[in-house]
Design a protein around this ligand. Sequence first.
Ligand code: CA
Ligand code: CA
Length: 179
Amino acid sequence: MGRTIYLDHNGDVLVAGVSENEESIYEFLILKLSPEGRPRWIIHHPSPYQAPSGGAYGLAIDVLNNVYVTGPGLTMKISSSGELIWTTLPCGIAGGVAIAISSPESTYPAVYTTGDYTVKIIQAPGDVDGDGCVDDADLLQILMHFGEAAYCAPYDLNGDGVVDDADLLIVLMNFGQCF
Ligand SMILES: [Ca+2]
Ligand SMILES: [Ca+2]
């Protein structure tokens, strides 16, 4: 079932919604059609919420025709050719019902979704505070929370539930970069 439809910069048609597979698993369904209606690609991805109300609700594209899709509990980025680039960690507030990107010209836009909460999804690795650059402010966040259990916190950069040297390394490896 499609819920949202969008035209990209090439006139291709993007459709996102929910589907149910043979094993009764509800999925995010995203498909891209040519202007003539010929399928270019289709993606099925398990929905964190296993109900007919799960699946995709919002869709946005950037200047490169990358596709951003959000729904309850999940947001994902898909390349223009249909490869899954990333998904958010299953952290409860990982998706919403609408999505927008901060600067469509950027290759690294911040992604905002909205539902019960507004979520800013940081793409730039090591950018804890989401200001677009990895600097001492991000380093400080890691150091202040070092050793803490921090499931789904922004300073738990690798999403393993603890703030430790692995997160510190992500900041240090990207230090000084702006996206
Ligand atoms: Ca930052
Ligand atoms: Ca971590």
